[in-house]
Design a binder for this molecule. Structure first.
Ligand SMILES: *Cc1c(COP(=O)(O)O)cnc(C)c1O
Ligand code: SF4
Length: 358
């Protein structure tokens, strides 16, 4: 059996094996005593568990992402199991088109780790299985009728938990239907299960990356996740001809300090990964304890802009509930505007006029 499959099989999926590795807090233990609405499966690969500092208790940023607490059973009225209303925007069972120029294909419901902040918890690990060849074919046929869709976001779950053959077949079917498509694969395996980035997978990816622009969107949320193994996986992906981007989720107690995000984004750039988005946490059921106030997200955007290069600075955005879509967040730098004159506040807080014609 391949190493990554073995690692997946031996990952932590129940209370007993978790307690054998780390001593749980009461809040964490209580997660297992009630089964609440919107509860997400438990799975932590041992590799990810090893990144946890057991002495840090509940303050550990890796632990917060991986180990559930009873707070997950509390849902606010504003929260939903489908906060982005993706079901309402679906063209086929697994094809979501929210925006004119891009569509999302849900390739697989499985993930190497179930992130406690997951916004797609209505789908991830729910037993919906991986896309069948029929599902892929019907999505591919539909994309022929939607020529305005230029980018296909292959997501899930985690598409890189598909077998090499199925992934190859899927990219082949999409490619045959639309030779002009740009592929974007959303995956957390470089973080959670870097052993998945093996030679066979790299062969498949480099084959398709030669035919279609192939972007891999990872999700690093904390600098400690960028250990040697993860860095090696990123370097191999880069050498296979893949373009690397990262989407970070802002998480309370994990990365809501400006120094943490600054280090994360600089280290990503140093590993040839462009920080693409920093997202305010979505209003997903049972995630309020992991969310920061929206005002904090806007503040961080401002602080980060003063510290980071344009290359290291991601778009900071919130995905609006009820399917409103993404909107960028920033504090207003344009203070006043009249008769072709504009007053701006710069990074240091000083004010400057810009005159169109004067
Ligand atoms: C985020 C998202 C996209 C991609 O948006 P970009 O701004 O191009 O990254 C596409 N479809 C859906 C449904 C999304 O949520
Ligand atoms: S990898 Fe993505 S889809 Fe899977 S649990 Fe984490 S956030 Fe959700």
């Amino acid at each position: 059996m391949e190493t990554w499959k073995k690692e997946l099989q031996t990952s932590i999926t129940d209370r007993a094996s978790l307690e054998a590795e780390i001593s749980l807090t009461e809040e964490e233990r209580n997660f297992f005593s009630t089964e609440g609405q919107g509860s997400l499966m438990l799975r932590i690969p041992r590799r990810y568990l090893e990144l946890i500092d057991p002495d840090a208790g509940r303050t550990d940023p890796i632990r917060i992402q991986a180990v559930p607490t009873a707070s997950e059973h509390n849902s606010l009225g504003s929260e939903s199991s489908d906060p982005l209303c993706e079901d309402a925007w679906s063209l086929t069972d697994r094809l979501i088109r929210r925006y004119r120029s891009r569509a999302v294909f849900l390739a697989n419901d499985q993930c190497a780790m179930y992130c406690r902040h997951c916004f797609r918890r209505r789908f991830a690990g729910d037993g919906g299985k991986s896309a069948s060849v029929e599902d892929i074919r019907s999505a591919a046929e539909r994309l022929v009728q939607e020529p305005e869709v230029r980018e296909l976001l292959i997501s899930g779950g985690d598409p890189l938990l598909l077998s090499d053959q199925r992934l190859d077949e899927m990219l082949g079917l999409f490619s045959a239907a639309r030779e002009d498509l740009v592929f974007r694969i959303g995956t957390r395996v470089p973080v959670t299960l870097p052993s998945r980035i093996n030679e066979e997978l790299l062969r498949v990816l480099s084959h398709w990356a030669a035919k279609h622009p192939l972007y891999i969107m990872t999700q690093f949320n904390h600098p400690r996740e960028l250990d040697q193994q993860a860095q090696a996986a990123l370097s191999q992906l880069y050498q296979a001809g893949v373009l690397l981007y990262n989407q970070t989720v802002l998480l309370s107690g994990v990365n809501d300090r400006v120094e943490t995000l600054e280090e994360l984004f600089n280290r990503l750039v140093a590993n040839r990964v462009k920080p693409y988005y920093l997202f305010q946490g979505d209003l997903a059921c049972g995630t309020s304890h992991l969310r920061t106030p929206l005002s904090r997200c806007i503040e961080l955007e401002d602080e980060l802009r003063g510290r980071l290069s344009g290359l290291a600075m991601p778009h900071v955005a919130v995905d609006l509930p009820q399917g409103g879509g993404k909107v960028p967040l920033f504090s207003l730098r344009l203070i006043e505007q009249r008769d072709g004159s504009y007053l701006f506040r710069n990074i240091e807080g000083r004010e400057f006029w810009y005159h169109d014609r004067m």
